[in-house]
Design a protein around this ligand. Structure first.
Ligand code: SF4
Length: 359
């Protein structure tokens, strides 16, 4: 099935002229892009449909809230296309296009024309950086969505990374298995490429982004199965978002189904306070409670997921809320002395990010 991409709300035939007009300011500010497969998952009779909230803009995105780069990724950007925050991990931003632009994207700044941190025009500079840093053992290909690239382009990048001896793990971060699984099931050369570079000693990990159980359609499951068959290791990450997966039953269903199909949940994130993200935001204590309630309904495999705040200083796990306190722990820290550090603060019900707890 050839899936058509749409880059303007006027191409969405399910929206009427009034709706499109109402959303024109949002569309001007934050790029819109999706595809017909993803739109077909929406129940258009439900104005609160969760998939609709992921793909279709809402006027609330214009509310004054959040910052452009909530996790201060630009601080760790060593050159265009390379982020290096933790010694062993480098992020290579391979592309700045996605199968669908998620309305809650924390990297929406990369889709602005004037952005300079975005992908490198010459990938060889990025490869050189990785080659010159032997402490890097794993590379996360991200963006944007690397599976938007042609298999040939993707292979050109992966083959160069694989030639670097100190790189053990190549991860590909992608929402394509959820937003356009036909990209995977209809391209045998992509699967051959995965199988070529995912060897018994050096695996390729594909980190998917399923946000809602309804995204796990038959064709999406087929795509996951084909990637597993090609030797990739799968895991999933998702933010916990208002109106999308904030019902503990829905979140539990997502976590369960992901573990059933061999794509176990890896991280569940506090939504970053990025501009435009107000409609999805949930305070920390409430996020924690929803997460715990969902975990109480799933098996041990799905329970391995961690609830994480991706802070500028590191990945901070939200460990517990008890006796009026919230307990946090650095799961990964930009500053080595912070690694594993526990922090305990009063559990303010409105606190949204670390700074709100510290006030
Ligand atoms: S797929 Fe990832 S990078 Fe692309 S819009 Fe969604 S969250 Fe952002």
């Amino acid at each position: 099935m050839s899936v058509r991409y749409l880059t303007s709300l006027s191409q969405v035939r399910q929206l009427d002229a009034d709706e499109i007009k109402k959303l024109s300011e949002v569309e001007k500010k934050y790029k819109f892009r999706t595809n017909e497969y993803y739109l077909s998952l929406i129940n258009w009779d439900d104005p609160n449909d969760p998939i609709r909230k992921i793909a279709i803009p809402s006027p609330e995105e214009l509310e004054d809230w959040g910052s452009i780069d909530a996790s201060q990724e630009s601080k760790y950007t060593r050159m265009r296309g390379i982020q290096h925050k933790y010694p062993d991990t480098a992020l290579l931003l391979a592309v700045n296009v996605c199968g669908t632009f998620c309305r809650f994207c924390f990297r929406k700044r990369l889709f602005f024309k004037e952005n300079l941190e975005t992908i490198s025009p010459d990938i060889s500079d990025n490869i050189d950086y990785i080659r010159k840093h032997p402490e890097i053992t794993n590379v996360l290909l991200t963006g944007g969505d690397p599976f938007i690239l042609s298999t040939q382009k993707l292979e050109r990048i992966i083959s160069q990374i694989r030639e670097i001896e100190h790189i053990q793990i190549v991860r590909i971060g992608s929402k394509i298995p959820a937003s356009n699984p036909y990209r995977i099931v209809e391209d045998p050369s992509l699967l051959e490429m995965i199988s070529k570079y995912s060897s018994p000693r050096k695996r390729i990990y594909i980190i998917t982004q399923f946000n809602h159980p309804r995204e796990l359609t038959d064709v999406a499951i087929e795509a996951l199965d084909k990637m597993l068959g090609a030797g990739a290791i799968l895991s999933n990450q998702t933010p916990l978002m208002r109106g999308i997966n904030d019902d503990p039953d829905v979140l539990a269903e997502l976590l369960k189904k992901l573990s059933f199909v061999g794509n176990p949940p890896y991280y569940v994130f506090q939504v970053r306070p990025t501009i435009g993200n107000k409609p999805f935001a949930i305070p920390l204590v409430e996020t924690y409670r929803i997460f715990q309630k969902a975990l109480s309904k799933v098996s041990g495999l799905a329970k391995r997921t961690r609830l994480i705040m991706s802070h500028a200083t590191g990945k901070i796990e939200i460990m517990a809320v008890a006796d009026g306190k919230i307990v946090l722990r650095y799961h990964r820290a930009a500053n080595r002395e912070d690694e594993g550090r526990i922090m305990i603060y009063p559990a303010k019900p409105d606190a949204y990010w670390l700074e709100d707890l510290m006030d």
